[in-house]
Each structure stands twice: as structure tokens, then as C-alpha cells.
Design a protein around this ligand. Structure first.
Ligand code: NAD
Ligand code: ZN
Length: 379
């Protein structure tokens, strides 16, 4: 490739300051170093996590920064030591990696890689502590090792899943974060059996992906729980059979669910980040066999409080990170499920805009109008 080994000049959306609209700038993208890959991004979606770090409320502010982590692209060139990927390969970048060597990567039970686990404060490559992005020589920080709001980006090989080149990147790009987080929480962790009742707390993109997991598992009843009544109509398209708004009742929502289901739901998946919803999701499961899975990220001072008798009564509480998927090993198979038409991704993609209109994608998410807005890098 003519560009390999050279600096590439391209467009990127730069966040200069917290909460200020992004600006499209010409950036220089350095060639990939050892164990790194330079990727041409074709599609990138916006996720709440990008918005949180752009707002930087309660987060370490790291600016100027190129955000973005949910995307699909094509390998442009590879650095020294990269043998698993070659120019032209289709890839999904992932905010958390898989080095394949550490104790976590060697364990069948974990996806929490020691080397490449998500680090939201680091704005540089792990190899040499430098950024690969500059504007007129001044470094611009990376975000969660992916920085996909750029036509080209440099990513550690351990944070890239090589996928079927036939897969439409404008659809499967959403699998690189939100979809797999929710879907995996249900199918890999809650594991509902055919015919069971599943409650989903929080009907944002993650909760709806968890609901898609309940649908394909053959749940007979899927109860959506959300404080926003407007979420019900949308959730019906995802197989939601009942809706409960905790605000409509004077008693705790777990009691409402236990009454509705004659003793409790078989599985509950919490996708809100709210501590009360986490406790309700646990307490609403059936004694003897019920399993609750926490996905939402709580605030710093939250404490989970429940009576230990709930555990003695054989209710199980679990939590998950990225749906328990190992990015490199598992994502190619999730893409294949879509290729076999087992998964419906289209219903998540409510909006699509050219990359130049990235601030529109932010507006849509802030107003709660989009589930996913996919941006195309080519106009
Ligand atoms: P979102 O804001 O779009 O959706 C959250 C929904 O929860 C909203 O509809 C809101 O009305 C509802 N809600 C809030 N408090 C509630 C309560 N007490 N009871 C019922 N409903 C309530 O968010 P999202 O993008 O879908 O993400 C959901 C959560 O998943 C967030 O906390 C996010 O940080 C987390 N997340 C976790 C992982 C992981 O690996 N564990 C990865 C990505 C995101
Ligand atoms: Zn590892």
C-alpha cells in the first residue's frame, strides 16, 4: 500500500474541551508501531460512553481528544510483530482487548485482559506512551484505545476483532460495544431457558440488546422496566410483552414483578446504572433458581444493600463486563449469527448521518431520540 509507513493526513472530529461541539479537523496519523494496526474507519456509531467522556462530569478530563469506540473498518497497514491481521482485513475495534497471553485471556471464564482491559484515563498508546494523532505536530489524545471518530486511527492488535469481509460494516459496527454488552449479558450470563420470563431494567440501547438476547433465547414473557413511559412503544419491536413503570406504583417495583409473575422472574438483566434498579433487579428474581445480572455502571459512592436471606433462598446475583465476550475470539462468531439472520440489528439503527454531521448524532442522543446513529465516513 502506498500509504504504509507514512503519515496519513485525514479528517477527524476533535473534542477540544468538555461539552463543546466537536470540530472536524485535518489530523496527522502516524504509522502503526509494534503490535499496532492502522485502520481506515468506514462507519462509526455514537454510544453514551462517548457522551460521558465528552461531558467529562465526574471523569478525568483528557483533552484535546478523539473520541469514538463503536465502529467498523478495514486494515490499512500493520506494525512490526502483527501476524494475525493484514491490509484489507475487515475489523471491529473494541474498547477492551484480548492479549491472548495473560491469566484472564487464558481462562475460559474471563474477558478481563490484564494488558488491554479498558482504561478510560489513558490517552496514549500502551507501547510507547505516545499519541499517534497530531495537529500541526501537537499531540491529540486517544480514547479507550480506539478513537474511531477519525478516518484513520491506530489501534493495538489485541483490540481488533477480524470479521467476515461479507458482513455489512454499516450494521455490524454496532456490535463493537453496545449490542454485545447487552446481548452477551443475557445469552452468556443470565442464560434464560426457552419459555422463561425475563425482566429487563432500563430500555436504552444496552437494555434493548439484552432484550434481543431474551428474544432469541425463546423467552415467553419479556417484561421491560423503565421510568420513561415513552420507552414502551419502542421496546415492543424488540419483543417486550409487558411494561412496568416503577413510578406508577407506591410499593417497590420488585414486589410488583413478584406479584405479576407468581413468585418472581426467572432472569433479570439490569441496564440502568441506577443502584435502586440494581437492588430491585436482584430481589425480583424467583427463589430457588432466579438469576439477576448487573450491566449498568453505578456512581462512585453507590452501595448494594440486600438481605442475605435472598442468597440463602437461592437467588443468584452476577455482573458482567462487555457481555462476557472475549473480543477477538468471540466477536467474529456474533457477526456470523447476524449473517445467518438470527439477529436483528436494523431495528437498533434509528439514524444515519455523514461523519461531517457528528454533532447531530450527539444532539439526537442527548434528546433521547436515537437508539443508535451510525455515521458514514464517506459522504
Ligand atoms: P441509557 O441511558 O440509554 O438507558 C438507561 C435507561 O434506564 C433509560 O431509559 C432510563 O430511563 C432507565 N432508568 C434509569 N433509572 C432507572 C430506574 N431506577 N428504573 C428503571 N429504569 C431506569 O443507557 P445505555 O446506553 O443503554 O446504557 C445502560 C447502562 O449500561 C449504563 O449504565 C452504561 O454505563 C452501562 N454499560 C455497561 C457496560 C458493561 O460492560 N458493564 C458497557 C456499556 C455500557
Ligand atoms: Zn490478556
Amino acid at each position: 500500500m502506498a500509504t504504509a509507513g507514512k503519515v496519513i493526513k485525514c479528517k477527524a472530529a476533535v473534542a477540544w474541551e468538555a461539552g463543546k461541539p466537536l470540530s472536524i479537523e485535518e489530523v496527522e496519523v502516524a504509522p502503526p508501531q509494534a503490535m499496532e494496526v492502522r485502520v481506515k474507519i468506514l462507519y462509526t456509531a455514537l454510544c453514551h460512553t462517548d457522551v460521558y467522556f465528552w461531558e467529562a462530569k465526574g471523569q478525568t478530563p483528557v483533552f484535546p481528544r478523539i473520541l469514538g469506540h463503536e465502529a467498523g473498518g478495514i486494515v490499512e497497514s500493520v506494525g512490526e510483530g502483527v501476524t494475525e491481521l493484514a491490509p484489507g482485513d475487515h475489523v471491529l475495534p473494541v474498547f477492551t482487548g484480548e492479549c491472548k497471553e495473560c491469566a484472564h485471556c487464558q481462562s475460559e471464564e474471563s474477558n478481563m485482559c490484564d494488558l488491554l482491559r479498558i482504561n478510560v484515563d489513558r490517552g496514549v498508546m500502551i507501547g510507547d506512551g505516545q499519541s499517534r494523532f497530531t495537529i500541526k505536530g501537537k499531540p491529540i489524545f486517544h480514547f479507550v484505545g480506539t478513537s474511531t471518530f477519525s478516518e484513520y486511527t491506530v489501534i493495538h492488535v489485541g483490540c481488533l476483532a477480524k470479521i467476515n469481509p461479507e458482513a455489512p460494516l454499516d450494521k455490524v459496527c454496532i456490535m463493537s460495544c453496545g449490542f454485545c454488552t447487552g446481548f452477551g449479558a443475557t445469552v452468556n450470563v443470565a442464560k434464560p431457558k426457552r419459555g422463561q420470563t425475563v425482566a429487563i431494567f432500563g430500555l436504552g440501547a444496552v437494555g434493548l440488546a439484552a432484550m434481543e438476547g431474551a428474544r432469541i433465547s425463546g423467552a415467553s414473557r419479556i417484561i421491560g422496566v423503565d421510568l420513561n413511559p415513552a420507552k414502551w412503544e419502542q421496546a415492543k419491536k424488540f419483543g417486550c410483552t409487558d411494561f412496568v413503570n416503577p413510578k406508577d406504583y407506591s410499593k417497590p417495583v420488585q414486589e410488583v414483578l413478584i406479584e405479576m409473575t407468581n413468585g418472581g422472574v426467572d432472569r433479570a438483566v439490569e441496564c440502568t446504572g441506577n443502584i435502586n434498579a440494581m437492588i430491585s433487579a436482584f430481589e425480583c428474581v424467583h427463589d430457588g433458581w432466579g438469576v439477576a445480572v448487573l450491566v449498568g455502571v453505578p456512581t462512585k459512592d453507590d452501595v448494594f444493600k440486600t438481605h442475605p436471606m435472598n442468597f440463602l433462598n437461592e437467588k443468584t446475583l452476577k455482573g458482567t463486563f462487555f457481555g462476557n465476550y472475549k473480543p477477538r475470539t468471540d466477536l467474529p462468531n456474533v457477526v456470523e449469527m447476524y449473517m445467518r439472520k438470527e439477529l436483528e440489528l436494523e431495528k437498533f439503527i434509528t439514524h444515519s448521518v455523514p461523519f461531517s454531521q457528528i454533532n447531530t448524532a450527539f444532539d439526537l442522543m442527548l434528546k433521547g431520540e436515537s437508539i443508535r446513529c451510525v455515521m458514514r465516513m464517506e459522504e
